[in-house]
Design a protein around this ligand. Structure first.
Ligand code: BES
Ligand code: MN
Ligand code: ZN
Length: 490
């Protein structure tokens, strides 16, 4: 989608040809450019509004095709109500108009951004325009979206510049969606590491460790998960040193990158197993976030570590009952090979704090089905001992629509993973499955301030959302970008 800005301080009716979008806060008295357009059309817009029972409420809209007096093949009027909209509501307004116009036949849309934030609307429209269709070779043109160009008319001469930072963040979201959408025959640990390496082009330092290096480091927990796969496990480390203070302690993001999760020897049922291609969503979000931060030249030092493995059953696969030794020295009895994400993160977390001494660590993982039982597909679960991190993420989540909800950590749950054979076991038995998984991770943080985000319910959507078509959502990139901006760049 091509998006440009245009100054409408002298004339908002120089547009011609295709679609014009107006916003209306009241229906009894149109104002600004919409009032002028209504005059030019001889009152047709008002008549159409009445015919469509349009009350200018937020969420309402109507269309007129080829109105006489206006040089436009279509006019779309969107209600915004008379209450103040939040920034995120304006972003979703942009998403809504894009969703309407994308398949409509319109090719170019001129948005008259009066009464709304032009940059927010543009961001939403761009976010909603994403589509993963590279493998659909036979889709007829009549089914493809038509809209390819949006011009945002505004009197704000800073809008175009302000949008460039937002575009960078949206490109991060798109990278995350691309990664979670790719099938696992294409995106496996090595090709995922190649995707991370591409970030060097935008100024990110990237290192990739293979199985030999990880063996030397003693990462028996991560390596055990990948040992049944023909693909080599990888650990990719990305660094963005954008802070004015080059020596400032970094914030760290850690991602679960299981490029396919069969469950291993504790194999999953076949129904729905194809969904486990997006079990690398945590790593995908972290990579998209790094792209966003570097793309907008964020004034912050960030390190990101992603553990990339494929969980397969095989003659060489790990067995239930195996005991592995993690890089931290702690031993783990693998009761269930399907509880593999925590085994990957255990070594990735320990390595990250050990090497980089971050001020805080935030991990993202499609860790448990239980989080979907708790929170459905609306909120991701967050687990932290830090009220500050929790509040910061909750605010960033509210501001960006990537909602999160805090669940408890407590030593009472920690008992559930005690074990007679090793220092701990990788499953907690009955009840509180998402919490016992988080308690497991906590044992590998070495008391560095930390938060775990379980995104199993939010990485993928089976229905269209305000800012994304069904499929990969890119959940978390905009939230964490905001969290970094609010708490580390201020
Ligand atoms: N990747 C899954 C979690 C998951 C399930 C994500 C459904 C998205 C949708 C994870 O590796 C897993 O298999 N977890 C098990 C843990 C159990 C064996 C303790 C689960 O949630 O069933
Ligand atoms: Mn699993
Ligand atoms: Zn998994």
């Amino acid at each position: 989608m091509k998006i440009t800005f245009e100054d409408i301080s002298t004339d908002s009716h120089k547009y011609s040809g295709d679609t014009i979008v107006y916003f209306a806060s009241r229906v009894d008295s149109f104002s600004g450019s919409l009032a002028k357009a209504d005059d030019l059309s001889g009152g047709a817009i008002k008549i159409a509004a009445a015919a469509a029972r349009f009350k200018a409420k937020s969420g309402q809209s109507f269309e007129i095709l080829a109105p006489v007096g206006l040089d436009a093949s279509r006019v779309l009027v969107i209600g915004i109500g008379d209450e103040v909209l939040t920034h995120q509501e304006m972003v979703e307004l942009g998403g809504g108009l894009a969703a309407k116009l994308l398949p409509s036949g319109a090719r170019a849309a001129h948005i008259v951004a009066e009464g709304v934030d032009a940059v927010a609307v543009a961001e939403g429209a761009l976010l909603r325009s994403y589509r993963f269709d590279k493998y659909r070779t036979k889709e007829p043109d009549s089914k493809k979206p038509t809209l390819s160009e949006i011009t945002v008319g505004t009197v704000d001469d800073q809008a175009a510049t302000a949008f460039e930072a937002r575009r960078a963040v949206v490109e991060g979201v798109f990278l995350t969606r691309d990664l979670v959408s790719e099938p696992s025959n294409i995106l496996h640990p090595e090709s995922f590491a190649d995707e991370a390496r591409k970030l060097t082009e935008i100024g990110i330092d990237v290192e990739v460790l293979g199985e030999k290096e990880m063996t030397k480091l003693g990462m028996g927990s991560l390596l055990g998960v990948g040992q049944g796969s023909r693909r080599e496990s990888q650990l990719a480390i990305m660094r963005w040193n954008g802070s004015d203070d080059k020596d400032a302690q970094p914030i760290a993001f850690i991602g679960k990158g299981v490029t396919f999760d069969t469950g291993g020897i504790s194999i999953k049922p076949s129904a729905g197993m194809e969904q486990m291609k997006w079990d690398m969503g945590g790593a995908g979000t972290v990579v998209g976030l790094m792209k966003a931060l570097a793309g907008r030249k964020a004034n912050v030092n960030v390190v990101a570590t992603i553990g990339l493995v494929e969980n397969m059953p095989d003659g060489n696969a790990q067995r239930p009952g195996d005991v592995v030794t993690s890089m931290s020295g702690q031993t783990i009895e693998v009761i269930n090979t399907d509880a593999e994400g925590r085994l990957v993160l255990a070594d990735a977390l320990w390595y990250t704090q050990d090497r980089f001494k971050p001020s805080q660590m935030i991990d993202l993982a499609t860790l448990t089905g239980a989080i979907i039982v708790s929170l459905g597909n609306e909120h991701a679960g967050i687990f932290t001992d830090s009220d500050d991190i929790s509040a910061g993420l909750a605010k960033a989540g509210y501001d960006t629509g990537d909602k999160v909800w805090r669940l408890p950590l407590h030593k009472a749950y920690d008992k559930q993973i005690n074990c007679d054979v090793a220092d701990m076991q990788n499953v907690g038995g009955k009840g509180a499955g998402s919490i016992t998984a988080a308690q497991f991770l906590k044992r590998f943080t070495n008391d560095v301030p930390w938060c775990h985000i379980d995104i199993a319910g939010t990485v993928w959507s089976s229905k269209d959302l305000p800012l994304s078509e069904k499929g990969g959502t890119g959940f978390g990139v905009r939230m964490l970008d905001k969290y970094v901006a609010d708490n580390f760049e201020a």
